[in-house]
Write a protein that binds this ligand. Structure first.
Ligand code: C5P
Ligand code: MG
Length: 162
């Protein structure tokens, strides 16, 4: 039998189809040069959705669709920061808080490198972490999925109960 371990690992994933004439928001930051934006029931922030699912998964709390069904009219166009705040509240309610997160965004265009510091600061602020605890990697699909954004996130959760 293992002794109680004060850490949990979580993993989350999200993807959205992209279309012209829609906004693209990643990590709570509007991407200024995006020709294509996310088709979604909410604001389609694939980074915040994957971070929220990663938080929930670390404590086997299910996924964001259970708390915010994409069939519910009340969640239409909703700000994904609300979704993340709910996931964080559930995690804290179990006595855990995020230690660090690693985020991989696969998107062909535009280049996100220039937004790295802004997205890291935004995600960090929402998780109550310093930006140094938010790792961001950006990848293209090499043209395999030009109308698609995909995000994968791991998170380490630490016990806050000493
Ligand atoms: O996917 P690939 O290896 O071709 O990406 C090359 C580099 O381009 C990445 O390492 C990343 O720094 C950058 N990139 C970016 N924004 C994207 C995709 C990739 O800044 N949307
Ligand atoms: Mg999503």
């Amino acid at each position: 039998m293992l002794a109680a371990v004060p850490f949990r690992v979580g993993f989350g994933e999200d993807a959205h189809r992209l279309e012209a004439g829609l906004p693209l928001v990643l990590g709570g930051v509007p991407v200024p040069d995006a020709e294509l934006g996310a088709v979604a029931h909410s604001d389609g922030d694939a980074v915040l959705h994957a971070v929220a699912d990663a938080l929930l998964s670390g404590l086997a709390l299910g996924d964001i669709g259970q708390y915010f069904p994409d069939t519910a009219a009340e969640w239409k166009g909703m700000d994904s920061r609300v979704i993340l705040a709910k996931a964080l509240e559930l995690v804290r309610g179990r006595g855990y808080a995020p230690v660090n997160v690693a985020v991989v965004v696969t998107l062909d265009k535009p280049k996100l490198g220039p937004l790295r510091a802004e997205i890291a600061a935004s995600v960090a602020r929402l998780l109550n972490l310093p930006p140094s605890e938010v790792g961001l990697s950006f990848k293209t699909s090499e043209g395999l999925a030009p109308r698609h954004v995909q995000t994968r996130v791991t998170v380490l959760l630490g016990s806050i109960e000493g």
